[in-house]
Design a protein around this ligand. Structure first.
Ligand code: NAP
Length: 308
């Protein structure tokens, strides 16, 4: 079987930090072209935008979209309409309805659509999922607190409508939650704090519940300096599991577990290659739906103006 010929769109932070090395280390897929308005990549054909790349590279099999969510839908629709398999960075859309429309178009076109949730490929998530399946949960707590100035300097899109604000990292926690305990997770209540000079929240508190009524409390905050917190704690009767470092460290009943090396993006690309091989799609919108529900149901509070 010949390798999948891939084109990448949006040569920014995540494309350079994670996608390029993961593609290079994944069997069965070759990066052939990049579309970027501002940058070029070495060793591939470079184009200004997706339309030019599709016109110049009719042999491409698949496209990975690494731009901010506001640009996702138009690009994905163009790639799917051209008959290409598509890998969407998280989140799969700026709205639930546009992600649903993309899934329907992929089915119509007979191509693969992969909504990648990189945190689900963190090294401890599969073990946590097995643990959750064999324990009766009593309570789940999520603390996802980081310094936005450190992680997202100058990313204006993240503060704009459709940029998700603190839900940009928070949705990673929700992607782990829904993987580990399974959907449906019901959003009950939310409180969003939005800086007076911004469109998207800097902090959020969510009250949720599993289908069986187990309470889930989540706190997302972008104002945390010093040590960063990406923790999920599952409490069962007389047993506790703590996932930390964004799903890459695991402690069960105070005993640290061996979880192996971090390899989220290689895991994502292996999954994309497998999905293309079996002509399947993987578009789980559960994390995006919870975020949408938080905006729908939540109480919003204006807070102090915030600049990078
Ligand atoms: P970024 O560096 O700010 O932007 C990525 C690239 O997207 C830019 O370099 C630019 O590419 C293109 N772009 C920016 N604004 C655009 C716009 N309005 N319209 C069209 N294209 C635009 O962002 P990022 O941090 O890589 O994040 C991109 C996506 O990856 C987001 O959805 C984010 O949630 C996700 N993600 C990010 C991280 C992370 O650590 N940063 C981790 C996991 C997932 P060109 O100049 O090449 O056109």
């Amino acid at each position: 079987m010949t390798n999948i010929r891939l084109g990448l769109v949006g040569l920014g932070k995540i494309a350079r930090d994670q996608h390029l090395p993961a593609i290079a280390s994944t069997a069965g897929i070759d990066l052939v072209a990049v579309a970027s308005r501002n940058a070029t990549a070495e060793g591939v054909n470079n184009y200004h935008d997706l339309a030019a790349m599709l016109a110049g590279e009719p042999g491409l099999d698949a496209i990975v979209l690494c731009q901010p969510p506001q640009a996702r839908f138009d690009a994905a629709r163009m790639a799917l309409a051209a008959g290409k398999h598509v890998f969407l960075e998280k989140p799969p859309g700026a709205t639930v309805s546009e992600a649903q429309a993309l899934a329907a178009l992929a089915t119509q076109q007979g191509v693969t659509l992969f909504a990648g949730w990189h945190s689900r490929y963190a090294s401890a998530v599969a073990t946590a999922k097995s643990w959750a399946a064999t324990h009766t949960l009593k309570h789940v707590t999520i603390d996802w607190k980081e310094d936005v100035r450190h992680w997202h300097p100058g990313q204006d899109w993240i503060w704009e409508p459709g940029g998700f604000g603190v839900f940009d990292p928070g949705i990673n926690a929700l992607s782990i939650l829904t993987e580990v305990i399974g959907a449906p997770v019901r959003l009950i209540d939310a409180e969003l704090e939005t800086p007076a000079n911004r469109q998207a929240p800097i902090a959020a508190r969510l009250a949720m519940a599993t289908a069986g009524g187990v309470p889930i409390a989540a706190e997302f905050d972008w104002r945390q300096t010093g040590p960063q917190t990406w923790d999920i704690v599952l409490e069962a009767e007389s047993a506790t599991l703590r996932l930390s470092h964004g799903g890459n460290m695991l402690v069960i009943d105070n005993v640290p577990q061996d979880t192996g090396l971090e390899a989220e993006y290689p895991g994502l690309y292996r999954r994309f290659v497998d999905l293309i091989g079996s002509r399947e799609s993987d578009v789980d919108l559960a994390p995006l739906q919870i975020v949408a529900d938080a905006f729908l149901r939540g109480r919003s509070r204006s807070t102090e103006a915030f600049d990078d």
